[in-house]
Design a protein around this ligand. Structure first.
Ligand code: SAH
Ligand code: SF4
Length: 380
């Protein structure tokens, strides 16, 4: 990786940085906390640091790497943020408020991250917010039903830009809202940008920073087998894993997801079996239902058989239509029928709710709209 942006530095990196400048070691933690716990990236606002140190931080390039261009609020409370990066490129991130209280979650973004047990004390009256973030501008994987895939890869995000979306979102939380879950299900394939993603995961789960619990952070992947193993080795399975399967035979999957030609279904499922999942945790299997392509009752049965013995829950996603493709979702009855087969086979199976449709905020369908972002807050 090229030289780390200051926002991408972990406390150990800051310790080396302050030592090189003859500063006392505890300053390292103070700088990290300013950035990651308080969300302050302007050195001028780090008022308990000396002027000389603030000057050194500025000279080193510390400053925001991203700004929120447009916030669109949906009638259901979902907020889509268009995040403008330093070079003018834009990615999208979605904030999804859940419901108050224990053991209740309203959709897949929560369900993907929250597991069965919730042993943390819940702040009374808090509204849990889930955030969906992007890891690349566009995506190289070329899935047929996906706006990012059709756009192709423009560039990778740096770790500072990935965690930067979380820092920005925290500034936009309303009183009583708590950021609880982060899912890497926005634009891009997180494991194709492995190093930046892994560092961003370490940054956002560091207890002195944003402090997210690692089991409430979920990486969604189209199935890059070597990187699934690498992630398992690096984080010991503690970060949630969601895998986009979308088909039960290689021919169909390759047609929908070209990556299947490199890592076919059997290879992918073997990687999931080998993933060092902690006890009681489950992998989320994402299955985007595309009318006439992968949505038959026979395929539901085949999916149930394929997943036998794997610690999984299944998340069905009726495809959101995109302008670049004629593919579309099945009707409700077919979705319900597919779900019933899996439920009857004993799987925990949710249908992803279409939240934020009116602001095109469907997670994983973050279109590159092309318009130059303006600072604007839309409240519908
Ligand atoms: N690249 C990763 C994560 C981002 S996509 C992955 O593919 O898993 C997150 C999820 O949204 C994936 O399951 C993806 O298949 C799904 N998705 C993408 N476009 C979609 C669309 N138009 N309708 C429904 N789901 C879509
Ligand atoms: Fe990339 Fe995921 Fe879209 Fe496929 S579904 S093109 S992997 S973002």
């Amino acid at each position: 990786m090229t030289e780390l942006h200051p926002i991408a530095r972990l406390p150990d990196d800051w310790r080396a940085w302050v030592a090189a400048r003859g500063e006392r070691a505890f300053r390292a933690g103070a700088i990290f906390r300013w950035i990651h716990a308080r969300g302050v990236t302007d050195p001028a606002r780090m008022t308990d640091l000396s002027l000389a140190l603030r000057g050194a931080l500025s000279a080193d390039g510390l400053g925001p790497t991203a700004a929120v261009g447009v916030v669109r609020q949906s009638a259901d409370g979902t907020r889509k943020l268009v995040v403008t990066l330093g070079d003018g490129a834009a990615v999208e991130s979605v904030l999804i408020p859940g419901v108050t209280g224990k053991h209740k979650f309203v959709d897949d973004a929560d369900a993907a991250a929250a597991d069965d047990e919730d042993d943390e004390a819940e702040e009374a009256g808090a509204v849990r917010v889930s955030q969906c973030i992007s890891t690349q501008v566009g995506c190289a994987m070329g899935c047929a039903f996906c706006a990012s895939g059709v756009a192709g890869l423009k560039r990778h995000l740096g770790p500072e830009e990935i965690v930067g979306q979380v820092l920005l979102a925290k500034q936009l939380l309303r009183p009583g809202e708590q950021l609880r879950n982060v899912v890497l299900m926005g634009m891009g394939e997180p494991l194709h940008n492995y190093d930046a993603t892994a560092r961003a995961l370490r940054l956002m789960t560091h207890p002195e920073g944003v402090g997210l619990s690692s089991r409430r952070v979920t990486v969604s992947t189209s199935g890059l087998v070597p990187e699934i193993a690498r992630l398992g080795a690096d984080v010991g399975g503690h970060i949630g894993l969601a895998v986009s399967l979308h088909a039960t035979d290689d021919e169909t999957r390759s047609r929908l997801m070209p990556i299947n030609r490199r890592y076919p279904i059997a290879t992918l499922l073997a990687a999931l079996r080998a993933y060092p999942l902690p006890k009681r945790r489950r992998i989320t299997i994402e299955y985007t239902l595309v009318s006439g392509r992968n949505d038959s009752p026979a395929e539901a049965k085949k999916l149930a058989r394929l997943l036998e013995g794997l610690p999984v829950k299944v998340n069905l996603i009726p495809m959101n239509p995109i302008s670049a493709s004629t593919l579309g979702p099945p009707d409700r009855a077919r979705v319900a029928g597919f779900q019933r087969v899996l439920t009857d086979a004993g799987y925990s199976c949710f249908v992803r709710k279409r939240r934020g449709d009116d602001v095109a905020a469907a997670c994983g369908q973050l279109a590159l709209e092309g318009a130059a972002p303006k600072v604007r807050v839309d409240r519908s």
